[in-house]
Design a protein around this ligand. Structure first.
Ligand SMILES: [Zn+2]
Length: 118
Protein backbone atom coordinates (compact mmCIF):
# COMPACT_ATOMS: atom_id res chain seq x y z
CA UNK A 1 0.00 0.00 0.00
CA UNK A 2 1.39 3.41 -0.90
CA UNK A 3 0.93 6.30 1.47
CA UNK A 4 -0.20 9.57 0.01
CA UNK A 5 2.21 12.15 1.55
CA UNK A 6 -0.59 14.69 1.90
CA UNK A 7 -2.74 12.14 3.71
CA UNK A 8 0.12 11.46 6.09
CA UNK A 9 0.70 15.16 6.77
CA UNK A 10 -3.02 15.71 7.30
CA UNK A 11 -2.82 13.36 10.30
CA UNK A 12 0.20 15.07 11.91
CA UNK A 13 -1.92 16.91 14.49
CA UNK A 14 -3.07 13.60 15.96
CA UNK A 15 0.47 12.69 17.08
CA UNK A 16 0.22 14.51 20.39
CA UNK A 17 -2.83 14.08 22.60
CA UNK A 18 -2.30 17.54 24.07
CA UNK A 19 -2.91 19.17 20.70
CA UNK A 20 -6.55 18.25 20.24
CA UNK A 21 -9.71 17.40 22.10
CA UNK A 22 -13.14 16.19 21.20
CA UNK A 23 -15.83 18.80 21.64
CA UNK A 24 -18.83 16.71 22.60
CA UNK A 25 -21.19 19.67 22.55
CA UNK A 26 -20.46 20.63 18.96
CA UNK A 27 -19.69 17.05 18.00
CA UNK A 28 -16.28 17.52 16.49
CA UNK A 29 -12.58 17.78 17.11
CA UNK A 30 -10.84 21.02 17.91
CA UNK A 31 -7.24 21.93 18.49
CA UNK A 32 -6.01 23.16 21.84
CA UNK A 33 -3.75 26.16 22.47
CA UNK A 34 -0.81 23.76 22.71
CA UNK A 35 -1.00 22.78 19.04
CA UNK A 36 2.00 24.13 17.10
CA UNK A 37 1.79 25.80 13.69
CA UNK A 38 2.51 22.60 11.76
CA UNK A 39 -0.31 20.85 13.61
CA UNK A 40 -2.71 23.69 12.75
CA UNK A 41 -1.83 23.49 9.06
CA UNK A 42 -2.18 19.74 9.21
CA UNK A 43 -5.54 20.02 10.91
CA UNK A 44 -6.78 22.36 8.16
CA UNK A 45 -5.77 19.76 5.59
CA UNK A 46 -7.57 17.12 7.59
CA UNK A 47 -10.73 19.20 7.77
CA UNK A 48 -10.68 19.76 4.01
CA UNK A 49 -10.14 16.11 3.29
CA UNK A 50 -12.68 14.73 5.71
CA UNK A 51 -15.19 17.45 6.30
CA UNK A 52 -14.59 16.92 10.03
CA UNK A 53 -17.91 15.37 10.75
CA UNK A 54 -18.30 12.70 13.36
CA UNK A 55 -20.39 10.20 11.51
CA UNK A 56 -23.17 8.25 13.07
CA UNK A 57 -24.51 5.06 11.59
CA UNK A 58 -27.06 6.91 9.49
CA UNK A 59 -24.42 8.86 7.63
CA UNK A 60 -22.27 5.91 6.66
CA UNK A 61 -22.35 4.26 3.31
CA UNK A 62 -23.30 0.62 2.97
CA UNK A 63 -19.64 -0.35 2.45
CA UNK A 64 -18.55 1.53 5.58
CA UNK A 65 -21.24 -0.10 7.70
CA UNK A 66 -20.33 -3.51 6.26
CA UNK A 67 -16.67 -2.97 7.20
CA UNK A 68 -17.62 -2.14 10.81
CA UNK A 69 -19.80 -5.23 10.95
CA UNK A 70 -16.99 -7.38 9.53
CA UNK A 71 -14.53 -6.00 12.11
CA UNK A 72 -16.98 -6.66 14.96
CA UNK A 73 -17.67 -10.18 13.74
CA UNK A 74 -13.95 -11.01 13.42
CA UNK A 75 -13.35 -9.63 16.92
CA UNK A 76 -16.06 -11.73 18.56
CA UNK A 77 -15.01 -14.84 16.68
CA UNK A 78 -11.49 -14.30 18.01
CA UNK A 79 -9.99 -13.85 14.58
CA UNK A 80 -6.95 -11.71 14.06
CA UNK A 81 -8.35 -10.32 10.84
CA UNK A 82 -7.66 -6.64 10.39
CA UNK A 83 -10.37 -4.78 8.59
CA UNK A 84 -9.35 -1.60 6.83
CA UNK A 85 -11.58 1.46 6.92
CA UNK A 86 -13.14 2.00 3.48
CA UNK A 87 -13.11 5.74 4.05
CA UNK A 88 -9.51 6.41 5.10
CA UNK A 89 -7.66 3.08 4.99
CA UNK A 90 -6.83 3.03 8.70
CA UNK A 91 -7.55 -0.02 10.88
CA UNK A 92 -10.96 -0.59 12.40
CA UNK A 93 -10.80 -1.60 16.05
CA UNK A 94 -13.33 -2.88 18.59
CA UNK A 95 -13.53 -1.51 22.12
CA UNK A 96 -15.52 -3.26 24.82
CA UNK A 97 -16.82 -1.32 27.82
CA UNK A 98 -19.13 -3.17 30.19
CA UNK A 99 -22.05 -4.57 28.22
CA UNK A 100 -21.62 -2.27 25.28
CA UNK A 101 -18.99 -2.07 22.63
CA UNK A 102 -17.97 0.22 19.88
CA UNK A 103 -16.45 -0.50 16.52
CA UNK A 104 -14.48 2.37 15.17
CA UNK A 105 -11.84 3.45 12.75
CA UNK A 106 -8.57 4.43 14.45
CA UNK A 107 -8.78 7.79 12.74
CA UNK A 108 -10.54 10.07 15.18
CA UNK A 109 -13.75 11.46 13.75
CA UNK A 110 -13.98 8.79 11.07
CA UNK A 111 -16.60 6.04 11.03
CA UNK A 112 -17.84 4.59 14.30
CA UNK A 113 -20.72 2.55 15.56
CA UNK A 114 -21.71 1.84 19.16
CA UNK A 115 -23.65 -1.24 20.21
CA UNK A 116 -25.35 -1.81 23.51
CA UNK A 117 -25.76 -5.20 25.10
CA UNK A 118 -29.08 -6.38 26.45
ZN1 LIG B 1 -11.41 5.71 8.71
Amino acid sequence: MTVDPEAKESMYWIKNEEWYRVNRVKGGIELTDKAPERARKSFEMYQKRNGLVIQDAGEMTHAEKAALDAAALAFFKGEKTRVACPRCGNIITVHVAGNSYSVECETIGCIKETFRGI
